[in-house]
Ligand binder design. Structure first.
Ligand SMILES: O=C(O)CCC(=O)C(=O)O
Length: 124
């Protein structure tokens, strides 16, 4: 795996939208993995991350705002975690976060990696 980038995602209290369904391989469908580490408790009330089960096996377009996914989708999995918990997902797994309807913050740090075997995207 080759490190690609790091992100800080904050769902602020009262925020009315989250991040729309997407793959992390946006623009190139490159294989990789993302480690998402919770800084706060994350749950359905404060905009936790959601995964769409099995989507890494589908040939979905690599863009933000994929239609047909929501917390009510059959394949949706709400990622409810405690501070310090880490989850890892494929760069090809559809995921998103929802609005933060609570008064609690929901922050996370993410580390993005590309697979060494995946062509055309790393510097080294
Ligand atoms: O934490 C979020 O709200 C979104 C995270 C995300 O899209 C990602 O880790 O790729």
């Amino acid at each position: 795996m080759a490190p690609a980038s790091v992100g800080w995602f904050a769902r602020l209290p009262g925020e009315t939208s989250g991040i729309r369904p997407h793959l992390d391989a946006v623009g190139r469908r490159q294989e990789g993995a993302t480690m998402w580490i919770a800084l706060d408790r994350a749950d359905r009330g404060n905009g936790c991350l959601h995964y769409a089960k099995g989507t890494h096996r589908r040939n979905l377009p690599a863009r933000v705002g994929l239609p047909g996914f929501s917390a009510e989708s059959e394949e949706a999995v709400a990622v409810e975690v405690e501070p310090g918990d880490a989850t890892i997902h494929s760069s090809l797994t559809v995921h998103w976060s929802e609005a933060n309807r609570s008064r609690r913050s929901r922050q996370a740090i993410t580390y993005f990696y590309w697979a060494a075997s995946s062509a055309g995207g790393t510097d080294g």
